[in-house]
Design a protein around this ligand. Structure first.
Ligand SMILES: [Zn+2]
Length: 466
């Protein structure tokens, strides 16, 4: 046979093989395909403004102290936490005005009974805005961003001394507010809540109250993004700061796991696959889609929080919600929980001049991209299980369709048990069962709902079904 004919025959055989493999349904396993960025989300991120964030932080600092115990000072004095709460509320209201009343602006006000760092009954106010989902079948799904607007200085209970709290946590408060300002210009099928809480410095009281409220009222919160100390401290000479990196802390084994769930985690090696860890991986994948890694990227830390520290996301973890904490790469302890002063030529205090506003804007972009991606995506598939009765080397996963009707397909993801992030995937159509030629004993699986535009839900790791 002439060479040319042989070549053509070879092509024909290749095409036939390709066609027959495609006609069998699922395409072959691939590395995780990178979805094309949603143009609406990309456009929204361009509106995040470092300048607006700076104005917000400077305004928060102007209240001199936002100490939780200053709540006996009337807002009319223009000082203290009540004045700050009123201002945050009025800002949310102005964003709402700019979108034709699209935000519901609310307060969650309660009296905190005396306890650790709260000597007498104290009024606490969480301030939040709701951007209700535009799709009635998905509006009950919620993603939430939060920061704490209370502040403190060297003395835990100094209610009136200067506590600028520019970085801790004016920065996180500004992230939540900037996400509200920008994302309220768009519509998303699911609901986004922009929260700012009080009481963090006294013992996570505000977030604990809000998370309990959400749990009691059966809110379907899919993800909580907590931002605390995201100012990217830029003290001159602090050479170990990395202005391109934000840490994302997440718990591995859920605080809320029951004894039965813990048994399953121990027996199957599920230590690294709690819902909060899936959220952290999701944030890393969103970052790759929307932010050039050379400029800015998350460092996913497989730890609930910094050593022996706890912040507001743990209040949500306790109630069983997936929640992570964003924080700057390197903290400067001279500029948090310090009285403003200079000692031996060293400046102490949490002042605006140490905040890197471009850095906070990047953190806000990553938060906004994650909120918008999740609020645009289908709900995660329900009741994901892996069949374990038959002793076979293939793995069959079954699930209930993603509720809300947005899903047009599913991705089965997997990775080696020792790998930190998802490595491979296989796409399936609008089905509720899939078999992949991999042994469930060798890898960790998850299922993700997808839509035609490339939005993806949070991945769900299957439970075993006998
Ligand atoms: Zn803080």
């Amino acid at each position: 046979m002439p060479r040319r004919k042989m070549f053509l025959l070879g092509i024909q055989i290749l095409l036939l093989t390709l066609c027959s493999s495609l006609s069998q349904g699922a395409p072959p396993a691939d590395t995780i395909p990178s979805p094309s960025a949603d143009p609406q989300i990309a456009a929204a991120l361009k509106n995040i403004s470092a300048q607006r964030i700076q104005q917000t932080i400077e305004k928060l600092v102007s209240f001199q102290s936002r100490h939780t115990l200053s709540s006996d000072q009337p807002a009319s004095t223009g000082k203290g936490i009540n004045a700050a709460a009123e201002w945050i509320k009025s800002e949310f209201e102005s964003y709402s005005k700019a979108c034709g009343g699209c935000l519901e602006v609310k307060t969650d006000e309660f009296t905190q009974e005396p306890g650790n760092r709260v000597p007498s009954p104290t009024k606490l106010t969480n301030v939040y805005a709701i951007l209700r989902g535009s799709d009635p079948a998905n509006a009950s799904r919620i993603v939430l961003v939060t920061g704490h607007y209370d502040s403190r200085n060297s003395e835990t209970n100094d209610a009136t001394g200067a506590s600028p709290g520019a970085n801790d946590d004016g920065s996180g408060t500004a992230v939540s507010m900037e996400c509200a300002r920008v994302l309220s210009q768009y519509k998303f099928p699911a609901t986004i809540i922009f929260l700012t809480v009080a009481g963090e410095e006294q013992g996570l009281y505000g977030s604990a109250h809000f998370a309990k409220l959400a749990k009691t009222q059966n809110w379907n919160i899919e993800a909580v993004l907590n931002n605390d100390i995201v100012g990217g401290d830029k003290t001159p000479g602090a050479t170990t700061q990395d202005p391109r990196t934000v840490r994302v802390f997440s718990e591995g084994i859920p605080m809320s796991a029951t004894e039965t769930e813990l048994k399953l985690i121990r027996s199957l090696g599920g230590e690294n696959d709690g819902a909060s860890r899936q959220l952290a991986r999701y944030i890393a994948s969103v970052s790759k889609e929307y932010l050039p890694a050379r400029d800015f990227h998350p460092l996913v830390v497989f730890r609930r929080d910094r050593y022996l520290r706890g912040v507001d996301h743990t209040s949500f973890n306790e109630q069983g919600f997936a929640a992570v904490r964003f924080t700057e790469y390197r903290e400067n302890y001279n500029h948090q929980h310090q009285n403003v002063r200079t000692e031996n030529g060293v400046e102490y205090g949490d002042l605006p001049k140490f905040v890197d506003y471009n850095y906070v804007a990047n953190v806000a972009r990553l938060n906004a991209a994650t909120l918008a991606s999740l609020a645009s995506a289908p709900a995660p598939p329900a009741k994901v299980r892996i069949l374990t009765k038959a002793l076979v080397n293939d793995s069959t996963l079954v699930w209930e369709a993603s509720p809300g009707g947005l899903a047009t397909g599913y991705l089965v993801l997997w990775r080696d048990t020792g790998a930190p992030d998802w490595e491979r995937s296989q796409a399936f159509g609008n089905v509720t069962q899939a078999t992949v030629p991999m042994s469930k004993d060798n890898v960790i699986f998850a299922v993700q709902a997808t839509d035609a535009k490339g939005h993806r839900s949070l991945p769900v790791v299957p439970a075993p079904e006998r």
